[in-house]
Ligand binder design. Structure first.
Ligand code: SF4
Length: 394
């Protein structure tokens, strides 16, 4: 069953992404609920592979299709170059091939509790999420307890590692995880790591020991993604637990210790820091080979923001990608109220104040919330959001 269509993505043949529940899906973009137990992976995505060969677009791959429709390279097109689709398209069948790419978090051990992140990805955020659930159930945060032994389960999975060519490690914070070096040695015993590209996402809070640098340098290539979210003050506000100077110093030390590498600074923009996007991107440019950014789609997303928010951000920022991202924005009053509640609830938990971190944003939220409070008509609901806000913002 050779492919003659342009709907094939090589990932369901040669890749897998392991979820925090040790379930498997083709890639991190695939909906989490589609993930299955490792022993079911081949059968569960057989139809996907058949459909791709037959020119059918699976709706679960919507993000890739949207990117391609917008004329930008998608994860699919990049993966097809990496996996050599051009050379393999005539030999693809419904059966998966040997694993060449895997994407996983070894555990959720992390020393930060970023405001846009959750306890699923950071052990440090568990206490916070439990507090939010108990004290502010209206922000709808669900604490997640990730099993401590999940990495052991991964090691036991029946995988042929011999053709492995790429590994992407996500958070927690890999450099502080006791599983990190163990995993690299595990790979070293099962495959030729000099043929394997490594991609690591780090929060840059850890000094890298020489032993770690030596081990990483045995891999073919490293793409190191360092997470910073904006200028010093707003970075430390959004990334709770971070120290901006220390993070940058560590980042520059990684650059000296590591050999074959590409250093990428990645920033996540949310309601909290979006108004600084141009300045933030320019700030890190001298310290990396390239910059990337994404946006929070969850508790502090600006995709539900009202018009004034977009107008305000675009009045001082020229970023082209942002203009395209804003096309997806749909004002949703309920979701926006939840964003407000989350900002104030997190300030309460951490004893912080958005006014200090981003005074201009705080001022506009105050003005616009005030406007809405004056204009709203309460139907007597004792939990009326606007009435509750009255005390806080006026
Ligand atoms: S097409 Fe995109 S979403 Fe679908 S499997 Fe490939 S990378 Fe993942």
């Amino acid at each position: 069953m050779a492919s003659s269509s342009d709907t094939v993505c090589m990932i369901p043949w040669e890749g897998m992404a392991v979820t925090m529940r040790n379930e498997i899906r083709p890639c991190c973009r695939f909906p989490g609920k589609a993930a299955v137990a490792p022993e079911l992976y081949e059968e569960a995505f057989k139809q996907l592979r058949i459909d791709m060969l037959n020119g059918k677009k699976d709706e679960r791959c919507i993000k890739c299709w949207q990117e391609e429709d917008a004329g930008i390279p998608s994860m699919r097109t990049r993966a097809n170059i990496f996996h050599g689709y051009e050379f393999k398209k005539d030999i693809l069948t419904e059966k998966p091939r040997k694993l060449t790419h895997i994407e996983l978090s070894l555990d959720n051990i992390c020393n930060f509790q970023c405001r846009m992140c959750g306890s699923q990805f950071s052990s440090k955020a568990l206490k916070r999420d439990m507090w939010l659930k108990d004290n502010h159930p209206d922000v709808h945060i669900e604490p997640a307890r990730v099993q401590k032994s999940r990495y052991e389960t991964l090691k036991d999975m029946d995988i042929d590692w011999s053709e492995l060519r790429s590994v992407k490690l996500l958070g927690g914070e890999p450099f502080m995880s006791p599983n990190f070096m163990d995993f690299l040695y595990f790979l070293d015993m099962r495959t030729d790591v000099s043929k394997v590209d490594l991609e690591i996402v780090t929060n840059c809070s850890y000094k890298m020991p020489e032993e770690m640098a030596e081990m990483i340098n045995q891999f073919k290539f490293l793409r190191l993604s360092g997470s910073f979210d904006g200028t010093k003050k707003i970075n430390e506000y959004q990334r709770v637990g971070s120290n901006w100077e220390e993070g940058l110093t560590n980042w520059l030390e990684y650059r000296d210790l590591l050999t074959k590498k590409r250093m990428v600074i990645h920033q996540t923009f949310s309601v909290l820091n979006l108004n600084t996007i141009d300045e933030s991107l320019a700030l890190y440019e001298p310290h990396c080979d390239s910059l990337s950014w994404s946006y929070d789609e969850y508790q502090l997303s600006f995709l539900c923001a009202p018009d004034w928010f977009e107008e305000w951000v675009l009045s001082t920022n020229k970023n082209e990608k942002l203009r395209n991202v804003f096309k997806k924005r749909v004002y949703d009053d309920e979701k926006w109220k939840r964003v407000m509640r989350t900002i104030y609830a997190l300030d309460e938990f951490h004893g912080t104040d958005i006014e200090e971190a981003n005074p201009e944003l705080a001022r506009l939220l105050r003005i616009n919330n005030k406007r809405r409070i004056y204009n709203h008509i309460c139907n007597g609901d004792p939990d009326c959001f606007y009435c509750n806000m009255y005390q806080e913002v006026i």
